[in-house]
Design a protein around this ligand. Sequence first.
Ligand SMILES: Nc1nc2c(ncn2[C@@H]2O[C@H](COP(=O)(O)OP(=O)(O)OP(=O)(O)O)[C@@H](O)[C@H]2O)c(=O)[nH]1
Ligand SMILES: [Mg+2]
Length: 295
Amino acid sequence: MATDPEHRAGFVALLGRPNVGKSTLMNALVGEKLAIVTPKPQTTRSRILGIATLPHAQLLLVDTPGWKQGAQPLHGALNRLAEEAARGCDVAAVLADLGSGWGETEAALAAGARSGGAPVLAVGTRQDIAPASPRAWPPPADSDFAAVLTLSARTGQGLDAFVAACVSRLPVSPLLYPADELSDRPLRFLAAEHVREAAFHELEQELPYALAVQVVEFDEKRADLVRVRAELLVERESQKKIVIGAGGAMIKRIGIRARREIEQLLGTRVHLDLFVKHEPGWAKRPNRLKSLGYY
Ligand SMILES: Nc1nc2c(ncn2[C@@H]2O[C@H](COP(=O)(O)OP(=O)(O)OP(=O)(O)O)[C@@H](O)[C@H]2O)c(=O)[nH]1
Ligand SMILES: [Mg+2]
């Protein structure tokens, strides 16, 4: 196969506060729903690679957890993931919601990425619902940005310009992943994430944050039906009751919603069994966080 001497490939870190649209942007660029998306902040708990293979370039998009101040081990671990992604990328995209604009957190994330040597794109998101004259936007002109862009991952507005801004700053390189690969995370992890997303949608307030999901069985032996068995871990016995719901109604709703999403992801029918398990302190033990795939 002839190699393209101009082909580019490399890592693009998507950084920003919770809820600015990092995961939505990654999904839009990859063309598949890899990362889960909810209206609640702090949805993403791990670093997820989304691979967008174009005719002349391959973008390795690194979705990161939203940056949050906080002393809890989970927050610390999540922030560290964002820091590592910022240091190890070829291009850093710092996303700011155009509804709130550019602030200290964005400036700190940009400074962190710059100290790792990456060019920084300042990216205003959710343009379709942004005010006509957003406040605190664009960022201060004295900062050293490779480019300042705005986009909407929902409508697609500005995505081509974002891709072009990334590609032109990636190193010349052959493909780093096979052209048909979409993520570095196994399907069973993505399935667990879709269960977590359904729980975020169905459960009220703080409860989704007390929840972890692990897939304990992922059986693909049959071509037309994948069997998935997943456990929802909660920190307290009282939470277990709520997640199960009266007569099992809540866990059933979560299951129906998650199954639809997993079927979409896998392109086959799915049989999904969900169980709720009381595991005190799962969020406080670094090794446990790692074994759950949050690292
Ligand atoms: N209208 C509109 N909504 C968007 C857009 N992008 C994201 N959203 C919505 O904003 C919310 C947050 O999006 P996410 O992609 O989960 O944000 P995130 O930055 O990954 O959030 P964390 O993982 O919590 O850090 C969801 O309800 C999305 O549907 C957009 O371009 N337009
Ligand atoms: Mg996210």
